[in-house]
Design a protein around this ligand. Structure first.
Ligand code: GAR
Length: 193
């Protein structure tokens, strides 16, 4: 059994989709939802599905590492960033090598890096009149959006598309692919052990 923690800062539509995908799954369990925002929608989703939650702060995450004890206590093997907007501290990358995965709402390496998140990404893609965008699922290393790419999927952008249309197309790709890519990755990890 692989036990997942999902880290998210926002509404949590990806988190909800992942939770639903692995509900009753024989080999994977979403065992913890952590957020740096006390009012994040994702914490209400966790409650709805009776999943343990944890609030991340300066003390347990950024300058200290109290969150590690929580991860160990819950026997978490794998961490999923689903709209998590804080930088992952070096101690966590060190503790979970090749076991932290992020989803980014663009085709990295384009439109990545600090400040490139959520609607900012789609606005930049729109301003540059790109003809395609998409999603990137990648391992997390110590540099924002630069870890090894696991999967990408593309969406065509029409000339009349506004940033909100681009977002809608990208979100549809996230919902379609993220849980399946995670499932494949976790299966490979289990086989490789
Ligand atoms: C998603 O579109 C995700 O790709 C993006 O934030 C959104 C979270 O939505 N992540 C980033 O921009 C990371 N740099 P959600 O809370 O509804 O899942």
């Amino acid at each position: 059994m692989k036990r997942l923690a999902i880290l998210a800062s926002g509404a949590g539509s990806n988190a909800r989709n992942i939770i639903q995908h692995f509900k009753e799954h024989p080999d994977v369990e979403v065992a913890l939802i952590a957020s740096n925002k006390a009012d994040a929608g994702v914490l209400r989703i966790a409650e709805e599905f009776h999943i343990d939650t944890c609030l991340l702060n300066q003390e347990n995450f950024t300058s200290g590492n109290g969150f590690l004890a929580i991860l160990k206590n819950r026997k978490i093997d794998f961490i999923v960033l689903a709209g998590f907007l804080k930088k992952i501290p070096a101690w966590l990358i060190h503790e979970y090598p090749n076991a932290i995965v992020n989803i980014h709402p663009a085709l990295l390496p384009a439109y990545g890096g600090k400040g490139m998140y959520g609607h900012h990404v789609h606005e930049a893609v729109h301003a540059n009149r790109e003809t395609e965008s998409g999603i990137t699922i990648h391992f997390v290393n110590e540099y924002y959006d630069e870890g090894e790419i696991i999967f990408q999927a593309k969406a065509k952008i029409d000339p009349q598309d506004m940033p909100s249309d681009i977002e809608r197309k990208v979100r549809a790709l996230e919902i379609e692919h993220f849980p399946k890519v995670l499932e494949r990755l976790l299966q490979q990890k289990t086989k490789g052990e």
